[in-house]
Ligand binder design. Structure first.
Ligand SMILES: [Zn+2]
Length: 182
């Protein structure tokens, strides 16, 4: 079926793609389009015939196929009994999945997925964030975990959804490499 503008019925030549991303774990492509005749915007989804396959490389070197259900269950564990609605968990899963598929070709280290989740959770729920980070970053001592929790509490005082993450990152390892982002 040829695509037309759902508002003014302009044909495909008048429709431009303004954003395009894979979703559902590479099984479909979501395109945001704009009609140059009436200026309205709409979204289309295209099924991918041959889904993009992504392999997750675990810390011990084992390779497993990308599994969205595992991402969601990890998020649910972190958010257990926290005031985070299921819709929010699914939204985070969507965003992490999108970022992972956009940023990686065939393989993705499991640590990159973990860091992606951490970045999103931090802005949603501080307890869920520390819970997840404590599993993912495998703090070796109680002090490391306490430092991380303190950094979260400090950051909350200055919190700004965009700046907060950078702030934490620069607080977290000041002695590691002498690098200071801000
Ligand atoms: Zn139109």
């Amino acid at each position: 079926m040829p695509m037309r503008c759902p508002f003014c019925d302009a044909d495909k030549e008048s429709l431009k793609v303004i954003d395009s991303r894979t979703c559902e774990g590479g099984r479909s492509i979501r395109r945001r389009r704009q009609c140059v005749l009436c200026d309205k915007r709409f979204t289309t989804y295209e099924r991918v015939e041959d889904p993009i396959k992504l392999t997750v490389v675990k810390r011990d070197g084992r390779r497993v196929p990308w599994d969205r259900a595992k991402l969601i269950s990890g998020l649910e564990r972190a958010c257990f009994k926290r005031p985070v609605p299921e819709s929010e968990i699914l939204r985070i899963a969507d965003e992490v999945e999108e970022e992972v598929f956009r940023g990686h070709d065939r393989e993705v280290p499991s640590t990159a997925i973990g860091e992606g989740v951490i970045g999103h959770l931090r802005r949603v729920d501080q307890v869920a964030y520390v819970r997840f980070a404590s599993v993912y970053r495998r703090f070796k001592t109680l002090e490391e975990l306490v430092d991380e929790a303190k950094a979260v509490i400090d950051a909350r005082r200055f919190d700004d959804p965009e700046q907060g993450k950078l702030f934490i990152e620069s607080r977290r390892k000041p002695a590691d490499n002498g690098e200071n982002k801000g």
